[in-house]
Design a protein around this ligand. Structure first.
Ligand code: CA
Length: 225
């Protein structure tokens, strides 16, 4: 899953980026409204954390621009304490959730997990496909109760497929959601990650749909849905 962190305060921005990376997300960041507007319009994020008080273009205007342009990624806004009118404006502009500064990073991570899950139509923080399970809280996977050791890229690929089980995920889409913008992307490496994942979780669990992409399968049920 890929997230955008928009925050102009350098220390907080770095802290949030690090926490999101440690949680297993591909992370891009922006320090002002102009950069944020551009990234949100051009890159496909699974969630966006948006500070409202920003240089160049304020957060509410940025958010309105994304929504007017048809960008539907869930957005969590960060607001200053005692600025209730900001929250109202933010929700009216298309925000999905908010946190008031100062906040605990753990709470932010929990809210972002919930937003992503709901956007993908899942109710629980543990994603399941048959006896394959991904715990998005701990960034861990297991098969039939046995923990599977995954590299961070393997986890990113599996987590994205789990969020989108029930449909074929094109390779290009997978590429866009597991790498941040600075990464030297090569869609061929996706095949390598898929190959390693198959060896770890069982090759029958990921089908290759020729020319289309990959689909997660519950081996006891056929294609997941
Ligand atoms: Ca700010």
């Amino acid at each position: 899953m890929r997230v955008l962190v928009v925050e102009d305060e350098p220390d907080l921005r770095r802290q949030l980026v690090r926490a999101m990376q440690e949680a297993g997300y591909a992370v891009d960041s922006a320090a002002d409204g102009e950069e944020a507007a551009f990234l949100g319009e051009t890159e496909p994020y699974d969630a966006i954390v948006l500070d409202l008080g920003l240089p160049k273009i304020d957060g509410v205007t940025v958010l309105k621009g994304w929504r007017a342009g048809g960008r539907t990624a869930p957005v969590l806004i960060l607001t200053a304490r005692d600025r209730w009118s900001e929250k109202v404006e933010g929700f009216d502009a298309g925000a999905d959730d908010y946190l008031t500064k100062p906040f605990h990073v753990e709470e932010l991570l929990a809210r972002v997990r919930a937003l992503m899950r709901r956007a993908a139509g899942h109710a629980s923080s543990a994603l399941e496909c048959g006896d394959l399970r991904v715990d998005t809280r701990a960034s861990r996977a297991s098969v039939a109760g046995e923990a599977i050791k995954l590299t961070s890229h393997e986890y990113k690929v599996l987590a994205y497929l789990m969020h989108h089980q029930g449909r074929v995920v094109p390779r290009t889409e997978l590429t866009e959601h597991i790498y941040d913008q600075d990464f030297d992307r090569d869609s061929n490496t996706i095949e390598v990650f898929i190959g390693r994942l198959r060896r770890k979780i069982g090759s029958e669990r990921i089908s290759t749909e020729r020319g289309l992409g990959y689909r997660l399968i519950d081996p006891n049920q056929g294609p997941a849905g």
